[in-house]
Design a protein around this ligand. Structure first.
Ligand code: 13P
Ligand code: SF4
Length: 304
């Protein structure tokens, strides 16, 4: 393992590469990354690097966003099969039908969408800034794609917009976290604060003390005076939480695992850096169109 890490670091220097990793990546990937974060911070980081090569350890829409924001850089994604099933729940044709039915609505695309879907949307958002993004719109009607749970969560705060919410969800884990899972942990650890991700079901959100993006959870855990936390999101976030807060205790939902995120391994990172492939390529026209909603969102910044 030590030898592999040394070889990865050597290749990184050789290619002037940076490794960006999402908070749900395997511990060994988080450890070799130059930067670990949530979707918004990773997208922002991708625009600020002077590296020639960006290796993206996360699911496809995240690597796509890095490429859209850096069309002249080489973006490599160690496993192209690492996709987000939620992002694949909305396609351009079906969205166009809905947009035709509601020509006065603005389309807000969660960053968990493919590049071609972003290209026909008005603005993007992440779990950190969905409410702020929707509130920034002049339109009184919003088509929100593709996560129902995030859309319903945002709707709690946005009072003056009519929202048409797409029926997508995170099938591998967030939508599977049950109220009983959280309440069971709370019974065992009554002093623990409950932090959950807004992709969770409404009844889970209802019993949470805090609802945040993955980086929002990391920031809150650092700032809170509590010593124990129940973490309602993908369980690997607890690796980073523990690493950065060794004196605090984090209780994950053991079944909350995103198998798509786990497809990226150290071996794949090494091979990918050695060969500089698979490279992420997208049609220029799609990138140009998709950059507009992404840029609009990035100007708005974090909301948590
Ligand atoms: P974050 O932007 O909060 O990291 O969420 C990304 C994601 O895919 C959650 O399932
Ligand atoms: Fe997609 Fe869910 Fe995995 Fe996030 S946790 S990347 S929404 S499948």
């Amino acid at each position: 393992m030590k030898d592999k890490i040394e070889r990865i670091n050597k290749l990184k220097k050789q290619h002037n590469a940076i490794i960006l990793a999402h908070n749900y990546q395997l511990p060994e990937i988080q450890d070799i990354a130059d930067f670990v974060g949530d979707s918004l911070d990773l997208a922002l980081k991708a625009t600020k690097t002077d590296a020639d090569v960006i290796m993206f350890c996360g699911v496809n829409f995240m690597a796509e966003s890095a490429k859209i924001l850096n069309p002249d850089k080489t973006v490599i994604h160690p496993d192209i099969d690492s996709r987000c099933p939620m992002a694949d729940m909305v396609d351009v044709e079906s969205l166009n039908w809905l947009q035709k039915d509601h020509p006065d609505a603005a389309t807000v695309a969660y960053i968990n969408t493919t590049a071609d879907v972003k290209a026909v949307s008005d603005i993007c958002c992440t779990s950190s800034n969905a409410v702020k993004v929707i509130e920034s719109l002049n339109a009184k009607k919003v088509i929100f794609i593709p996560d129902t749970n995030l859309g319903l969560y945002a709707k709690r705060f946005v009072k003056d917009k009519m929202m048409i919410i797409w029926p997508g969800m995170c099938p591998t884990q967030h939508n599977g976290i049950k109220k009983e899972d959280i309440l069971g942990l709370k019974k065992q650890h009554p002093n623990a604060e409950i932090m959950v991700h807004p992709e969770c079901r409404p009844e889970v959100i209802d019993i949470a003390d805090y609802v945040f993006s993955t980086n929002g959870i990391v920031n809150h855990a650092k700032e809170s005076s509590s010593k124990e936390f129940i973490v309602g999101t993908e369980k690997e976030l607890c690796y980073r939480l523990k690493k950065e807060n060794p004196d605090k205790i984090f209780y994950p939902i053991e079944t909350a695992v995103c198998p798509n995120m786990k497809k990226i391994t150290l071996d794949k990172v090494f091979l990918s850096l050695e060969k500089l492939e698979p490279q992420l390529e997208l049609p220029t026209e799609i990138m140009e169109k998709a950059r507009i909603p992404l840029d609009k969102m990035m100007k708005i910044g974090r909301g948590d």
